[in-house]
Design a binder for this molecule. Sequence first.
Ligand code: CA
Length: 220
Amino acid sequence: MSNQSLSLTPALYEYILQVSLRESPVLAALRAETARMPQANMQIAPEQGQFMQLLVSLCGARRIIEVGVFTGYSSLAMAQALPDDGEILACDVSEEFTDVARRYWQRAGVDARIDLRIGPAGDTLAALLAQGQSASWDFAFIDADKTGYAGYYEQCLELLRPGGLIALDNTLWGGSVVDAQRNDDDTRAIRALNLSLLEDTRIDLSMVPIGDGLTLARKR
Ligand code: CA
């Protein structure tokens, strides 16, 4: 027994999937198609998708912002956890990847709930703020360019209602956050963000070692 989070052996990880994963067939199919792509490691892990579905339900979320869609696994997972009148505003810069996403959203029958905006997410979020949409969103998932996280976080925090939740992906960044040899822009951005969140009195905070690290920030 240990007070520390367990390091997951491959066998233990498989066990978690065996006894808890309830992935829908369409999510499994999307995961299989994405796994054949060279950028497959940009997809979130299936147990993380399920965890995020639970978070969406727990928040009673109806309006979600997603920054970084890739092939749409996380958007699809969250869409399946939304009520019928729920919506996701999904931001990405890639037509190529989001074409895959759109196909699976249609297949799952959730495409009407997802409003895809192609373009820099900072501009899309700035437009929402300019339209007076502050404090009107329930949940945000940030999983895009790492040097952009700090800016997306500020915009999402403003767009969320008090009690809303921001989830930030890859905050352990493959372990490079504690690797003194790694000082590239992405690693430094993640480290700086993690430190700034610790000091941020506007949020309640938890860093969850699921997938590549998922930081949860609840707006006070
Ligand atoms: Ca990610």
